[in-house]
Design a protein. Structure first.
Length: 396
């Protein structure tokens, strides 16, 4: 059987591959600690679960409007005003089965064959693959641990060509944890003002998991707002990864285009999830704040433990729940059996020797780094980093 050539254009997510390998070892009875996956380990807050149970009992069991129920889109607008001081109307909002689908909708709505999409490295695995699916061209801007994994106006300007269609980034960033300040966004905005045909995809899904202060959206610059597509969702901030709820806020033309695409792919997301999402977006944010407080404690402890590892160069994450150290000091080293040549070898060595799963940086466009999550219990974090330290001490 001949499968379509589309399948050869993109890769399966490396994050999911590592989680699968970890599960396979666990099935053999090995105690694997998972620092590979990107999801809060908390339960969804009770008031959100209650709203879902009520929605089931009230028989919200039918197909929904493709962009989502009106009350949900109004709730997204309320959230954008409350948290970001941004004015949007329900016609600007399309909800979906996760920020991943929202990104796919937006890329497919905007990118044609040969269009260039500028993405600063490191970036979330899915960005480059979606661009490839759309037959666009990924143009990377390489940022490094030394410059806080952020792109500058000069680097952005240099990456732009007449074929640039889209710039996409996340702040807080998965995997680096970089968070753009208002001044840093203003510097990028000045470049975008000179290039009016570029659309900016601003992935803000880690908005609430911010360790350095207030979240800033590039959509706050009024003259750019119409060219910004905000991507967000409930997975990270409300511990709702399995519920599948993402959304965009965009100009009405892009919103309509996303609705058209989604109308053929999935239709509206789960009705029960939508009703629960209204409770999440308009309800008490204290449970979300408590999760971030716990992530803050784990971040502090993780950074203490990472400092004990010789050879790591580690940026202190300003948001999200990952550390993303440069591990290249270990390249060329061996324990007598295994030689580490790259981040993939490094990750596999830790999985097989320390029984800790991580994700190699290549998947994020940064081959010298490896991503370790701290969305795991303090006990597991302590245990995992103890094992990592011991396994790495055997490499000479
Ligand atoms: N954007 C970033 C930066 C992410 O890390 C993730 C999930 O890992 C997503 C989007 C997708 O989130 P969702 O669960 O809403 O599809």
């Amino acid at each position: 059987m001949q499968l379509s050539s589309l399948l050869n254009r993109f890769n399966e997510p490396e994050t999911l591959k590592m989680a699968k390998l970890g599960r396979e070892l666990r099935a053999k009875g090995i105690d694997v600690i998972d620092l590979s996956l990107g999801e809060p380990d908390f339960d969804t807050p009770q008031h959100i679960k209650d709203a879902a149970i009520k929605a089931i009992n009230d028989n919200w069991s039918h197909y929904t409007p493709v962009p989502g129920f009106l009350d949900l889109r109004e709730a997204v607008c309320t959230k954008l005003k409350r948290d970001n001081n941004l004015d949007y109307a329900p016609e600007n909002i399309v909800t979906s089965t996760g920020a991943k689908q929202s990104l796919a909708n937006a890329i497919l709505a905007l990118v044609d064959e040969g269009d260039e999409v500028v993405i600063p490295t490191p970036y979330w695995v899915t960005y480059s693959e979606l661009v490839k699916i759309a037959r666009g061209k990924v143009v990377e801007i390489r940022t490094t641990v030394e410059n806080g994994f952020k792109t500058t106006a000069a680097e952005l300007e240099a990456a732009i060509t007449p074929n640039t269609k889209v710039f996409m980034f996340s702040s807080p960033c998965n995997p680096s944890g970089a968070v753009y300040s208002k001044a840093e966004l203003e510097a990028l905005a000045a470049v975008f003002r000179k290039h009016p045909n570029i659309t900016i995809l601003s992935d803000e899904i880690y908005e609430y998991i911010n360790f350095v202060g207030k979240h800033e959206s590039i959509a706050q610059f009024a003259d750019l707002k119409d060219r910004v597509v905000i991507i967000n969702g409930l997975s990270k901030g409300f511990a709702m990864t399995g519920w599948r709820l993402g959304y965009i806020a965009a100009n009405a033309t892009i919103a309509k285009a996303c609705e058209k695409l989604q109308g053929q792919f999935t239709s509206g997301t789960c009705s029960i999830t939508q009703k629960a999402a209204v409770a999440a977006l308009t309800g008490d944010l204290r449970p979300s704040e408590e999760m971030t407080e716990e992530f803050t404690r784990r971040r502090t402890r993780t950074l203490e433990l990472v400092k004990e590892i010789p050879g790591f160069k580690c940026f202190e994450p300003e948001g999200a729940f990952y550390v993303f150290p440069d591990v290249s000091a270990y390249y060329g080293k061996s324990d007598g059996t295994t030689t580490i040549s790259n981040a993939a070898d490094f990750s596999m060595y830790l999985l097989n020797t320390a029984h800790v799963s991580s994700v190699m940086g290549d998947a994020f466009g940064e081959p010298n780094c490896v991503r370790f999550s701290f969305a795991n219990s303090m006990g597991n974090i302590e245990k995992a980093w103890g094992r990592i330290k011991e396994a790495l001490s055997k490499l000479k």
